[in-house]
Structure formats: structure tokens, C-alpha cells
Design a binder for this molecule. Structure first.
Ligand code: ZN
Length: 429
């Protein structure tokens, strides 16, 4: 079955999380694989929250294709019906078209093509479509990793998570995601003394204390950390842009980022790959206009790199915020990485260049956000993210992920499918 028809069907299944309803996606896929003579399984830790797993071929080698079945809420302001799945003039419309039902459709279509063409595999290709990724994945990949690790066990995994390609001096740059930053989310708590708002000097205003702390956090300059992959990425991009670098000094990174003639959104994502980021995103304090508040708290989104943990974060925060403000960590995840030195990484490069043209370039990238790959890497599976698109893909669609008017193009979906089919065929033969 053509990937665009599968994608269109998948978009029509509303799997907005919350509540999820990923089981409907799982049932659709189960039927599709059954029609091809393959039995699939649905793992449902909670009513309606099903993940789908199917495997084709047999042998010692194991390759895992992962995608997630849920999508984020659509919000307002769409120019078309978000769950229509309409295909028109080479474009497929609807929520999930880029995140990441497109990847799911490509993985499923690649597997079904391998079956239909009776291509012998000397190993197993495992298709896992997980629930709950958009809410952290505890009911999907997290649940499978904890309760059914044998179902996911594989040498390598291919998942979402890389930036879409960019064009630099006529060359298409494809990214392979090899790592994800960790999180060290915390809540800051400021205490003061309440009083009447008409005599503020008698009281001690907790909101003002927090405002000072938040303002200092905003001006925080994080230490620059160059992981080997990011160093390679920056050097290669500089070279492709015609900028000569003898040695990439961490202190020279910001100047280089200013010089790279690339889109701002991409440059800022490069910046966040080179340092811990600290973003004060929620603040709560005060109860009434005429009461000086005695308490205020703020939630801080902190993303960390290898070598950084809660102790490091606390030490850094303490350098700039007052001792009387408490720091309480409430979500901590280590950064996860897979090697770009693995033969499988080179195979992904080779297959990409074969399909995208020999003038294309592949570069490793790390993600500032997180995907299900964190569960896979923590379970010992080397996981890589892709964002492959065709040469003339709809660049305007980039910003529609988690936004309005999400869509993708048929040519990109076909390239993704061809890439995955060839990758599975070559790895498992
Ligand atoms: Zn996603």
C-alpha cells in the first residue's frame, strides 16, 4: 500500500493526547499487517492507550522502527479540517502529517513492501508504534521498556527526532539524530512576609524576590560544552558555508553562530546544542491586589548536556540566585546518546546519499527536546532519529509541527519510505 494512502488513513484517526485513543491506530495497523499475513500485538496498559508491535523476518539481527501514535491537540486557526487526511496536489494535510504519522506510514509501508516483494530477510524487522509520546511516553515506550523489554530488544532503532534537511550553498544537508539533552526541571520557592499593600515597606514581598531571581536566570550565561558530534556538526557547517576554522574553541562558538548564514530557527537550535539552557516558564504568586505576597514560586525548564546533573545545575543556579530562594527538582532525566561511529550509522549515511544524491551531506545532530529514543537508549538499544525530506520539500511546513496547518508532501513521504526499505533490506541481509 502506498505510504500516502496509509498516512491519509492515519490522520483520519483522531489520536489527540490527551486523551490519546492510540488503540484505534493500533487496530488499524493490526488489520493492515493481518492482510499481509503478519500477526501484530497490541499492548494496552490503560483503556484505549494501545501500542502496536509487529515483526517480520527471522534471524539473529534485529532492527527496530519506532514511531508514536498520538498527536498534540490541534488548537485554533486552521485553514483546513485537521483530521481530513486530504491528499491534494502532492500534499497530505492534517494533524500528525509531520509528527509523526508520516514516519509511521513510511515505516509500515516499507515493511509491507518487503513482505509483498518477498524480499528475504536474515533477521527481524520490528515495527513499534507507541502510545503517549507527546505526554512523556510512560504509557507507551516507557511501559514497553519496563514491562516487555524483549518486545523492543534490537541492535538498532530508527525513530523521529532529527531536524529536517537544510540547503547550504546548493547542497542538501540531512541530519541523523544521535542524542538528546536531558532535563532538570525545578521549582524555585521564595518566601517573604505578608502585609497591607498600602504600607509595602512594612512587609517583605516574595514576588519581588522571585522577579529578581527570574531576571538573573534570564541573563545566565551557560558554560559552552562541545560534544564530539556537535563539534563535527559546527565545523562541517562552517566549512560548507565557506568559513575557515583551524580549531573550534568553545569561546568562539557564539561568534561562529553569528557568522553562519543560516535560518535563525536553525542557528538557535544549534546554540541550544552547545550549552545548558535555563528557561523560567511559569510563575505563581500573590492572592489580591492589596496584599503584599509572602510566597511566590516559579517553574524552570532546564535542559542539560552530558556531564551535567542536578548537583551541577544547583551549583550554577546558586551562583546567581539568592540563598533564601529554595530550589526543588521535580523532573530529572539524563541526556542519552548513541554513537556516530557505529557501522549502522555509516549505513544510514550511505543509504541517504544513495537516495538523496551524492552531493547531499549527512551530519550528526543532537536534539534539545526529547523523544521515545531516551527509553530505547536507556534499554541499551542504539537509537537514531531521522527527518528526511525530498529535495524540493515544502519548507513552509516546517513550523506546522505542534502548530496549525500541519502537512507534508508526497515526495518526502516516498523518500522516507524508500530510505527505510533500503536500510532494513541492507541491514537485515
Ligand atoms: Zn513526535
Amino acid at each position: 500500500m502506498k505510504p500516502e494512502l496509509i498516512l491519509s488513513d492515519l490522520i483520519k484517526i483522531d489520536s489527540t493526547n490527551p486523551p490519546g485513543n492510540e488503540k484505534a491506530v493500533a487496530l488499524y495497523l493490526k488489520k493492515l499487517f493481518e492482510e499481509a499475513g503478519i500477526v501484530g500485538e497490541i499492548i494496552e496498559p490503560e483503556e484505549g492507550r494501545g501500542s502496536f508491535i509487529s515483526r517480520i523476518g527471522s534471524g539473529p539481527k534485529k532492527l527496530l522502527f519506532v514511531s508514536h501514535a498520538d498527536v498534540v491537540p490541534v488548537g485554533e486557526g486552521w485553514d483546513f479540517e485537521p483530521f481530513s487526511g486530504e491528499i491534494k496536489n502532492g500534499v497530505i494535510y492534517g494533524r500528525g502529517a509531520l509528527d509523526c504519522k508520516d514516519l509511521m506510514a513510511a515505516q509500515v509501508s516499507a515493511a509491507l513492501q518487503l513482505i509483498a516483494e518477498k524480499i528475504p530477510l536474515q533477521g527481524e524487522l520490528i515495527i513499534a508504534v507507541t502510545a503517549d509520546e507527546e505526554k512523556g511516553g510512560r504509557l507507551g515506550a516507557g511501559y514497553l521498556a519496563d514491562n516487555h523489554p524483549d518486545m523492543l530488544a534490537a541492535d538498532y532503532a530508527v525513530n523521529e527526532g532529527a531536524d529536517q534537511p537544510i540547503m547550504v550553498n546548493g547542497k542538501m544537508i540531512y541530519f541523523l539524530q544521535v542524542g538528546e539533552k536531558g532535563t532538570a526541571w525545578c521549582t524555585l520557592k521564595a518566601h517573604g512576609t505578608a502585609g497591607h499593600g498600602s504600607v509595602p515597606t512594612l512587609a517583605d514581598n516574595a514576588v519581588v524576590k522571585m522577579a529578581r531571581a527570574v531576571s538573573r536566570l534570564h541573563n545566565y550565561r551557560a558554560e559552552i560544552v562541545l560534544t564530539p558530534e556537535v563539534e563535527k556538526l559546527l565545523r562541517s557547517l562552517a566549512e560548507l558555508c565557506g568559513i575557515k576554522i583551524e580549531k573550534l574553541d568553545p569561546n568562539a562558538v557564539d561568534a561562529l553562530l553569528e557568522d553562519l548564514p543560516l535560518e535563525k530557527a536553525f542557528v538557535e537550535s544549534l546554540r541550544s546544542m552547545t550549552r545548558m539552557t535555563v528557561s523560567p516558564n511559569m510563575i505563581r504568586g500573590g492572592t489580591k491586589t492589596n496584599i503584599v505576597p509572602d510566597y511566590c514560586e516559579a517553574d524552570i525548564d532546564i535542559r542539560i548536556l552530558p556531564g551535567q546533573d542536578c548537583d551541577y545545575v544547583e551549583k550554577e543556579l546558586r551562583l546567581i540566585i539568592n540563598k533564601e530562594i529554595e530550589i526543588e527538582f521535580n523532573e530529572y532525566r539524563v541526556p542519552t546518546f548513541s554513537s556516530s561511529e557505529e557501522p549502522f550509522y555509516r549505513l544510514m549515511e550511505e543509504v541517504t546519499l544513495k537516495l538523496a544524491g551524492s552531493d547531499a551531506v549527512c551530519l550528526p545532530v543532537i536534539s534539545a527536546g526529547s523523544t521515545d529514543s531516551k527509553y530505547l537508549r536507556n534499554a541499551g538499544i542504539s537509537a537514531y532519529g531521522i527527518g528526511h525530506m525530498a529535495r524540493n520539500f515544502d519548507q513552509q511546513a516546517r513550523t506546522t509541527v505542534h502548530g496549525k496547518n500541519e502537512r507534508t508532501d508526497v515526495a518526502s513521504l516516498q523518500l522516507k519510505t524508500a530510505f527505510l526499505k533500503e536500510l532494513a533490506h541492507r541491514y537485515l541481509s
